[in-house]
Design a protein around this ligand. Structure first.
Ligand code: PEP
Length: 256
């Protein structure tokens, strides 16, 4: 069974005081044993603050990006060992904003995911098509290629550490969510792609949906058999909204 995973992606929002206040509010209102595994990805500057504020709680921290190199002359970069040192368990790689705004290729994303897995951290590898690509009937071709070339070569035992996020670009930050049927169709395609890449290990990989997830739509998305959780941007910024998403995410819906 794949445990549902909910990941809050704050993007470039919140300073450390705001991060601390979010953590305190969320932990206060969270039940003792949430059905889903919970992760928050703040900007780098708030990682250590959150790691401390959330220690002993059910919420883990993630980075939004990482370098593939471990150390050296890479001005402006942050390495996997640096993330591990401050208690990061997960890291988002290949978010569409990084692919579009910072020219990250599938190969760059794959190298980052490989570096994370080698160090025992869990990459959340994002894939997703643009509106024009969907309208042109290219969704399967685009996400299939991204899946094949963004995943590192890996041993099956590490499959449980791998997370894939399907994030249709047209649904990110737009308020337009993929219907549960549209999302399931792509998730099923991705699961089949994972089976071809890694065989039986594919059943352990969690495939998240991302794109305007909110407290109202999480339940119907999670009811789909191949949706194992969500990557949540805007609706994760307010602790109460994220808490409601957690409360509406039911364990039995995403078992396999
Ligand atoms: C995201 O940042 O990955 C995302 C899905 O954002 P939003 O939930 O705001 O669409």
């Amino acid at each position: 069974m794949r445990r549902p995973l909910l990941v809050a992606n704050w993007k470039m929002n919140k300073n450390r005081a705001e991060a601390r206040a979010w953590a305190e509010a969320l932990v206060n209102d969270l039940g003792p044993d949430p059905a889903a595994e919970l992760v928050v990805a703040p900007p780098f500057t708030a990682l250590e603050t959150l790691s401390t504020a959330l220690s002993g709680s059910a919420v883990q921290v993630a980075a939004q990006n990482v370098a593939s190199a471990a150390a050296g002359a890479y001005t402006g970069e942050i390495s996997v060992p640096m993330l591990a040192e401050i208690g990061c368990r997960y890291c988002i790689v290949g978010h569409s904003e990084r692919r579009a705004l910072f020219s990250e290729s599938d190969q760059v994303v794959s190298a980052k995911a490989a570096a994370l897995l080698e160090a025992g951290l869990r990459p959340i590898v994002c894939v997703g098509e643009s509106e024009a690509e969907r309208k042109g009937g290219q969704t399967a071709e685009i996400v299939g290629r991204q899946l094949e070339t963004s995943l590192p070569a890996m041993e099956t035992p590490a499959a449980g550490d791998l997370v894939v996020a399907y994030e249709p670009i047209w649904a990110i930050g737009t308020g337009v969510t993929a219907t549960p049927g549209q999302a399931q169709e792509v998730h099923e395609f991705l699961r089949e792609g994972l089976r071809k890449i890694m065989g039986a290990g594919a059943e352990q990989v969690r495939v998240l949906y991302g794109g305007s997830v909110n407290p109202e739509n999480i339940e119907s998305l999670m009811a789909q058999p191949d949706i194992d959780g969500a990557l949540i941007g805007g609706a994760s910024l307010e602790p109460e909204s994220f808490r409601q998403i957690v409360a509406n995410c039911h364990l039995e819906n995403s078992s396999s």
